[in-house]
Design a protein around this ligand. Structure first.
Ligand code: AMP
Length: 215
């Protein structure tokens, strides 16, 4: 098993890049910690009930909670798979818990891809983000608009703004990123595993830059 990490601020394009790679490369799987947690909140299970408040405030859920979910998923995947982690790890504690999972699964970790995007563009990207209320398809009002305003191209359901994409929460999420996730850059750089990629520009260009970094 190979584990690739996508690191970057909210709005840096981790989900878009991971989605494209998983759709185009065989045995590559997109593992989004945010999607896993949102699904847990929707299904109102024990993890969801615990995570809900943190997510509403734009804060991180406890390390063990999310590390256990990702670890359980990795243990259930075939050895031939490549997992693209989108949104995990986000703290040094989580990076250590990930090392334990890597060992346990006899996996290979790397590269850790950092998507660099300026703050103004991050806020622009997040505040224009829309999500289908039924199938979850993602859009952006300027960069990736639906054919009909406010309606999903794929299933026709109304588009919504993600609860934590509201501007006050976005600012909080960026603060949390700087305080808790930025230290991971030095951590992986010291281990020679970090690969910096320019995350600005069209999605297809960024995906191509990352794809080249993986080979
Ligand atoms: P995302 O979709 O990756 O932006 O994640 C949305 C929210 O889920 C975050 O603001 C956190 O509240 C929570 N979350 C996602 N991944 C993690 C993680 N690795 N550690 C802690 N909280 C997380």
């Amino acid at each position: 098993m190979r584990i690739i990490v996508l690191l970057g601020a909210p709005g840096s394009g981790k989900g878009t890049v991971a989605g494209h790679l998983a759709a185009s490369l065989e045995r590559f799987y997109h593992v989004s910690s945010g999607d896993m947690l949102r699904e847990a909140v929707r299904s109102r299970n024990a993890v969801g009930l615990q995570a809900d408040g943190y997510m509403r405030r734009g804060e991180l859920v406890p390390d063990e909670l999310i590390a256990r979910m990702v670890g359980d998923l990795a243990r259930g995947m075939p050895a031939s798979s490549t997992l693209i982690l989108d949104g995990f790890p986000r703290t040094l504690g989580q990076a250590e818990l990930l090392d334990a999972t890597v060992l346990e699964c006899a996996a290979r970790l790397g590269p850790v891809v950092l998507l660099s995007v300026g703050e103004e563009l991050l806020i622009n990207r997040i505040s224009g983000r829309r999500l289908c209320s039924r199938c979850g398809e993602g859009y952006h009002v300027s960069f990736m608009p639906p054919q009909r305003d406010g309606v999903c191209d794929r299933c026709g359901a109304p588009l919504i703004v993600r609860r934590d994409d509201k501007i006050e929460t976005v600012r909080r999420r960026l603060q949390v990123y700087k305080a808790q996730t930025l230290p991971l850059i030095g951590f992986y750089e010291d281990r020679g595993q970090l690969c910096r990629i320019d995350g600005e520009g069209a999605a297809a260009e960024v995906v191509e830059r990352v794809r080249l970094a993986l080979v």
